[in-house]
Each structure stands twice: as structure tokens, then as C-alpha cells.
Write a new protein. Sequence first.
Length: 168
Amino acid sequence: MDAMQAILTRRSIRKYTSEPVSDEQVTELLKAAMSAPTAGNQPWHFVVVRDRAALDSITRFHPHAEMLKQASVAISISGDPTVETLKGRWLLDCAAATENILIAANALDLGACWVGIYPVEERIKALRNLLGIPEHVIPLSMVSLGHPGEKKDPPDRFRPERIHYDTW
Ligand SMILES: Cc1cc2nc3c(=O)[nH]c(=O)nc-3n(C[C@H](O)[C@H](O)[C@H](O)COP(=O)(O)O)c2cc1C
């Protein structure tokens, strides 16, 4: 799959088969994450979560994370504001890394979905506690991953009326 196809056909996949996602595939996804542009001195940290009980328990504090119960693995993406050279950029860098994982997952024929953590304080605290993320590090998101158990058509979100040339 070429890059444009991976971007244009990406959808949130929330149903997965029982086939595991391999460590090699996870490494590919992490390479994609760390290839994202960075304005904050690569402030990200990733926790690869395969522990079934941990994945299931996230639904206790997150109302939109049921897909984690089927996911083979999930990756949490967090930022360390203490290393960033420009204030506040950790958030943007972690969002770019998250999107790269989603696109790379589609390119590898995996299903993936963004699970929002930041800025909901309760989710941030609970995920920190669950995964042992240090206090100064802020979890932005998780990506649930598995072999797709559902198919979705590519979205049609092209809105020419939102495009302005030279001036608004
Ligand atoms: C910041 C952010 C947070 C999101 N959080 C969740 C979430 O917690 N649970 C979920 O099921 N989907 C979540 N999503 C996925 C969106 O629901 C999804 O991208 C949107 O409905 C568009 O569908 P698509 O991804 O299939 O194109 C999130 C997406 C973003 C960008």
C-alpha cells in the first residue's frame, strides 16, 4: 500500500480478530511514530501494553475504550514537557506520532483506533497509575491495535469550501 492510499483509506477500526499483532509489527509502528516531525526535542515515550488484565481495566475509567477488550496490543503515547525546547510542543509532537502509528497500522493491514486520554484529568491520572508513567510525563493517547475484524469504506471528507487561496 502506498502512502497516499494508507492515509486516504485509514478508518478507526474497533473490532479485531484473535490473531496477535507481532512484536516486529509493533516495532515498525514505533519506528513510524518516532519518524513524525518534532518541535519539542522528541519528548515522547511509548508503553507497549499486551497485558490482558491491564487492557481490559482501561474500560473502567474510559467510557470509549471498549475496543481494548479485543485488542491484541495497545501503545500509549505520552510526552515529557521537561525535555522540550519550546513550551507546549510535547502535545503536538505526541499527536503527530499518534497519527503516524494509525497510518502505519493501516499500511500494515492492521486495524487501529485512537483512544483519547489528554486532556481528561481522570484518564490521565488513571493511566499513569496503571502503567507506572512518571508524574512529570503526560499521557496524550493510546492506540488500540489488532488484525481487523471489521471493514469500513474510506471517508469522504474532502470539503472544497474549506479551502482558501491566497486570502480567506
Ligand atoms: C483526539 C482524538 C481522540 C479520540 N478518542 C477516541 C476514543 O477515546 N475512543 C474512540 O473510540 N475513538 C476515538 N477517536 C477516534 C474518532 O472517534 C474517529 O477518528 C472519528 O470518529 C472519525 O472516524 P475515522 O477515524 O474512522 O475516520 C479519537 C480521535 C481523536 C483525533
